[in-house]
Design a protein around this ligand. Structure first.
Ligand code: AFP
Length: 330
């Protein structure tokens, strides 16, 4: 079963006639990015451009290149009206595509790009919503809808193999790129996340900047108690796509908590529209949960395109357990 066939089958069951074509185009972009990531060290694409993005981070050549390819490809579909990207401070609006409604796409073209230098795994994350209204007036508000309004989301993982995982609200399926035929082939059908896992994943180096509740939750996973399968194993790649892919397949929990003290990460690090919500949609579709620790991620309505949010995501029981710490019940 190829991705194109899967999308076509999905489309027959859906009222969203154009969604399959849009996802197909996203998958084509991912093949270009996969190729470029693969040979980045040989063609001088690993370096920085010298610019700083809206997040205050150094911009890499591959971030900009991938963003440009994405934007061009989305525009050419004629189906996308509004685009939000990690790499662009303002949203993009393709007037010509908006007459018939059009989709809103939020994406992070190269997630985990600090791992590029060490040939580590990176990814792409995307999320699709319908527009709220017609015309340019609505454009600014288009992306600022709850996560529950997403109609498709997914990620691409550029690891030892390139994997495309997506949902349109009817389960989660993963496809591996077969380079010899240039096609994504179904390799992970109907992904279901275990109800409880044995792995926790968080940047432990931030321990002393966390709230008491976060520290106690992480201490819980670290402490010894055979009856509840503790201590959990610890794994952390530093690319959310990769950490989430493992969490989806093996279970457990991934967290990026808020930090105390009013610094840059006082509301977490990860971005709501193009990191937390697409992953939350996927993980819920696979039977897991995603929360800030106090609130369901999909229920949050963004107030800013680049809003950050604390994230606790993964196996349902593990996420619920952490929420108990945040509510002061443990
Ligand atoms: P980069 O794209 O700057 O490498 O950030 C990756 C990321 O947004 C996400 O993919 C990781 O889970 C998280 O940041 C890692 O952040 P830390 O390096 O602070 O642990």
């Amino acid at each position: 079963m190829t991705l194109s066939r899967h999308l076509a089958d999905n489309q027959r069951e859906s009222s969203d006639g154009d969604l399959g074509a849009l996802l197909m185009q996203i998958s084509v972009v991912s093949k270009f990015i996969s190729r470029e990531v693969n040979r980045a060290a040989l063609i001088g694409k690993l370096g920085y451009t010298g610019e700083v993005n809206v997040q205050g981070e150094q911009v890499r050549q591959l971030d900009i290149w991938s963003n440009d390819v994405y934007v061009t490809a989305l525009k050419e579909t004629g189906l996308v009206c509004t685009v939000v990207s990690e790499e662009m401070e303002e949203l993009l609006h393709f007037d010509r595509n908006c007459a018939a409604g059009g989709y809103v796409v939020c994406f992070d073209p190269v997630d985990g790009s600090s791992n590029l230098d060490i040939n580590g795994t990176v990814g792409t994350i995307f999320s699709v919503r319908r527009r709220r209204g017609q015309g340019r007036d609505h454009a600014a508000a288009d992306p600022l809808q709850k996560g529950t309004e997403q109609i498709a989301a997914g990620y691409v993982m550029y690891g030892p193999s390139t994997v495309f995982v997506y949902t349109v609200g009817r389960g989660v399926n993963g496809f591996t790129l077969d380079g010899t035929i240039g096609e994504y082939v179904l390799s992970h059908p109907n992904i279901t996340i275990p109800r409880r896992g044995k792995i926790y994943s968080v940047n432990q180096g931030n321990y002393h900047r966390w709230s008491e509740a976060t520290r106690r939750a992480v201490d819980y996973f670290n402490s010894l108690d055979k009856s509840t399968g503790r201590p959990y194993s610890f794994r952390y790649v530093g690319t959310m796509v990769s950490d989430l892919h493992r969490t989806l397949l093996k279970g457990g929990v991934f967290m990026y908590p808020a930090e105390v003290g009013g610094g840059k990460k006082s509301t977490g690090k990860l971005r709501l529209l193009y990191e937390a919500q697409p992953m939350a949609y996927l993980v819920e579709q696979a039977g897991g949960r995603a929360s800030t620790g106090l609130e369901r991620i999909l229920d949050i309505e963004a107030s800013d395109y680049h809003q950050r949010v604390p994230l606790v995501i993964g196996s349902a029981d593990d996420v619920s357990l952490i929420e108990e710490f945040y509510r002061g019940e443990r």
